[in-house]
Design a protein around this ligand. Structure first.
Ligand code: 6PG
Length: 324
């Protein structure tokens, strides 16, 4: 099947590669002509503008937009929509806010176009391992795109089948779901990323405690000089907390246990905040996910104003002096 791809960064470029390697064809466009040229070398058809891109797509057209969420995606989706014909499909595969999907889908549906939101997980490993996809949109469009999704997905692989799933939608165990109408795909991906923050924070805090087990604050007999790289490694083997995030942790610690290459400043691109907004709108308690998001904010500050205020209060009621 032919797919058009706009945005040939780490995700878009590798999605096209995985499709080309598995017998599909692709038309590609990026602001950077070098990114286009690289994929043309690998068998894609290149385009030098969005107009050229749309003109090279087979009817009914399928254009996947893989750009940063917000303005870049909004502007590109709307521009492509203006160039397309009824029954064509635009896929937003980035990490868009689900309410933007709902709005965009309604605007595109008025023109007879389909809008499909695809939450895509797998990062730079997706080319080889496949991408986990959470899809929202009209059944007709999602079903039409099945050859693309089934190729991009990891497939059954070596993951043992879940007992009791016989007779259920087989797409889930192949690594993709049609979650519901427009926005549902990115809604599920948003919560996935909220959980990602919480899991990452849990590992980070646990390893911090292990790393400081030799603290001079502790009685000497209770100090442990632990090899935390080995702890990460052993937990990968049969422990309850084994996971891919732990695998990545073990790899990082095997490279440099002190993590000197990192400043400790941790960014966030929106999904964790949106997950908490959803929790508030649903009145669902989300203690861990909130704490994980705030830990990221905290990582970007030294001593905060709040910390100084805590010191001021301790000094006030107890005469405790904190060194400046
Ligand atoms: O599932 C994934 O493959 C990742 O979650 C991916 O989507 C991306 O790496 C995150 O968006 C980073 O999110 P933060 O910048 O918010 O950590």
């Amino acid at each position: 099947m032919q797919l058009g791809m706009v945005g040939l960064g780490r995700m878009g470029g590798n999605i096209v590669r995985r499709l080309l390697r598995n017998g599909h064809t692709a038309v590609v466009f990026d602001q950077d002509p070098k990114a286009v040229a690289a994929l043309v070398q690998e068998g894609a058809v290149g385009a030098d503008s969005l107009e050229d891109f749309v003109s090279k797509l087979e009817v009914p057209r399928t254009a996947w937009v893989m750009l940063p969420a917000g303005d870049p995606t909004e502007v590109t989706v709307m521009k492509i929509a203006g160039l397309m014909q009824p029954d064509d499909v635009i896929i937003d595969g980035g990490n868009s806010f689900y309410k933007d999907d709902i709005r965009r889908a309604a605007a595109l549906n008025e023109k007879g176009l389909h809008y499909v939101d695809v939450g895509t997980s797998g990062g730079v490993w997706g080319l080889e391992r496949g991408y986990c996809m959470m899809i929202g949109g009209h059944k007709e469009a999602v079903d039409r795109l099945d050859p693309i999704f089934s190729t991009l997905a990891p497939g059954l692989g070596e993951v043992p089948r879940t007992p009791g799933r016989d007779g259920r939608d087989p797409r889930a165990e192949h690594g993709y779901i049609h979650a519901g109408p427009s926005g549902a795909g990115h809604f599920v991906k948003m919560v996935h990323n909220g959980i990602e923050y919480g899991l990452m924070q849990a590992y980070a805090e646990g390893f911090d405690i292990l790393k400081h087990a030799n603290s001079t604050e502790l009685p000497e007999a209770q100090r442990f000089d632990l090899n935390i790289g080995d702890v990460a490694e052993v937990w990968r083997r049969g422990s309850v907390v084994s996971s891919w995030l732990l695998d990545l942790t073990a790899t990082a610690l095997a490279g440099d246990e002190n993590l000197d290459a990192f400043s400790g400043h941790v960014a966030d691109s929106g999904e964790g905040r949106w997950t908490l907004n959803a929790a508030i709108e649903e009145a669902v308690p989300a203690h861990v996910l909130s704490a994980a998001l705030y830990a990221r904010f905290r990582s970007r500050q030294g001593a905060t104003y709040a910390d100084k205020l805590l010191s001021a209060m301790r000094k006030g009621f107890g005469g405790h002096q904190e060194p400046k």
